[in-house]
Design a protein around this ligand. Structure first.
Ligand code: UTP
Length: 408
């Protein structure tokens, strides 16, 4: 694409400001910017105009979970079924580590956060440790695929290498990079990072399987004959990965996906709730629930919509393959996005100033025709780190880790 073609395209899209500093750029930077313009996914950028459209939801109904007491009762059977699947090499794991962790405000990949007190204990290390506990039981290992983004790939890979992959077999770990999309202001104008670069951000955690395909990783999945993928977030320090009981319970249910859920602490807790929407599994966000729905109780007093998702899912690989190429809903999220203004000043906003565009893994649950929620005990398996302090912070996670006997 040359300058004239780029200008014509941007004029048509109402985005010519992207070329405001073109004349002052070096030839290399000009080529870089033209290449970026050529690769803009306009369907994403144009979604900004639909931000305020209200999305109508289908009919919601409760979805029964395997509650903790039943998980406990059937523990041995579920555990042996899961161990067998791991030993038969049917299970792979995917660590979603491409997020920017803006709420935490840590300037490195979130997994590099030290959650130790008297010793160093990194979040990545903790997750590998949790995974190894389960693979040791199965006397084998599972492939671990780690999703990063352009923004944190190098730091993440170097960190793993410097720490000798925290003792996990190197040949079982692969990294892949997720796609990036432009960010816009609230009027849909693309934000600039500097005179020669558009502000780009990772395209959300819903594109992980497509990104695996784009990176050529699905060849490995096929070669290894994997049947299940356990996908999980980087920011839960108590995350149980390749958990045999969860795998066994999902296989036993006959569902094509499973989700680890926790009992909501209160009706207004800010978590997405797993339920049925028009007969398919679906996650309804806390802000989408009416007061009536959030407070609805069963005769025994339990909340009807009482189980929140923890971002730990199991998906059948054949179902994921069928989904490849399907359009996923785009979520338009208001965020604080550092940018360069029209006069060339660099601005670090202290409140949200624009939109990021993301697909979400939770929509994959709705795209699958069946999902079994498996309740886990929240104090044992849920220590999220989202914020710098207070709720879901390193401090609250450390308390939970200590309560679980983890030396910090
Ligand atoms: P969050 O939704 O908490 O987003 O990610 P985030 O970007 O990490 O944090 P904030 O919202 O900016 O504070 C949940 C999980 O999904 C991963 C994250 O790394 C985390 O494990 N994720 C998120 C990706 O892998 N890619 C993305 O584009 C977004």
């Amino acid at each position: 694409m040359n300058y004239t073609q780029a200008y014509e395209l941007l004029k048509h899209k109402g985005q010519t400001h992207i070329l405001d500093f073109f004349d002052s750029l070096t030839e290399k930077d000009r080529q870089r910017l033209l290449a970026q313009i050529e690769h803009i996914d306009w369907s994403v950028v144009e979604a900004a105009g639909r931000k305020n459209e209200t999305k109508s939801r289908g009919k919601t109904e409760p979805l029964n979970a395997i509650e903790a007491a039943e998980m406990e009762r059937k523990k041995d059977a579920f555990h042996s079924l899961g161990i067998k699947a791991i030993r038969d090499k049917k299970v792979g794991c995917v660590l979603l580590a491409g997020g920017q962790g803006t709420r935490l405000g840590f300037d490195k990949p979130k997994g590099m956060l030290n959650i130790g007190i008297n010793r160093k204990l990194y979040l990545f290390e903790m997750l590998i440790c949790n995974l190894m506990k389960n693979t040791r039981d199965a006397e084998t290992t599972v492939p671990l695929y780690i999703m990063t983004s352009d923004k944190n790939h190098e730091d993440t890979v170097t960190f793993f290498q410097e720490h000798n992959f925290f003792g996990y077999p190197k040949e079982d770990i692969s990294f892949f990079i997720q796609e990036m999309v432009p960010c816009t202001d609230f009027h849909g104008k693309i934000l600039m990072e500097n005179p020669s670069a558009i502000c780009m951000s990772p395209n959300g955690n819903g594109g992980w399987y497509t990104s695996m395909q784009n990176a050529g990783i699905l060849e490995d999945v096929k070669k290894r004959g994997l049947e299940w993928m356990n996908v999980f977030s980087v920011d839960n320090a108590l995350q149980q990965i390749a958990d045999p009981a969860f795998i066994g319970a999902t296989i036993d249910s006959g569902c094509v996906s499973g989700a680890k859920v926790v009992r909501k602490a209160s009706p207004d807790e800010r978590v997405g709730v797993l339920c049925l929407e028009d007969g398919r599994p679906s996650i309804v966000e806390y802000y989408e629930m009416t007061q009536e729905m959030a407070n609805l109780r069963k005769p025994n007093g339990d909340l009807v919509y009482g189980f929140g998702v923890t971002l730990n899912y199991l998906f059948r690989v054949d179902m994921l393959n069928e989904m490849l190429g399907a359009n996923m809903p785009l979520h338009i999220v208001e965020k604080k996005i550092p940018y360069m203004d029209r006069e060339g000043n660099y601005i670090k906003p202290d409140k949200p100033n624009g939109y990021k565009f993301e697909t979400l893994v939770l929509d994959m649950v709705h795209m699958s025709h069946s999902c079994i929620p498996c309740e886990v005990i929240r104090d044992k398996e849920f220590a999220p780190i989202k914020n710098a302090s207070g709720v879901d912070s390193p401090e609250s996670a450390r308390k939970l880790l200590a309560a679980n006997g983890i030396e910090l």
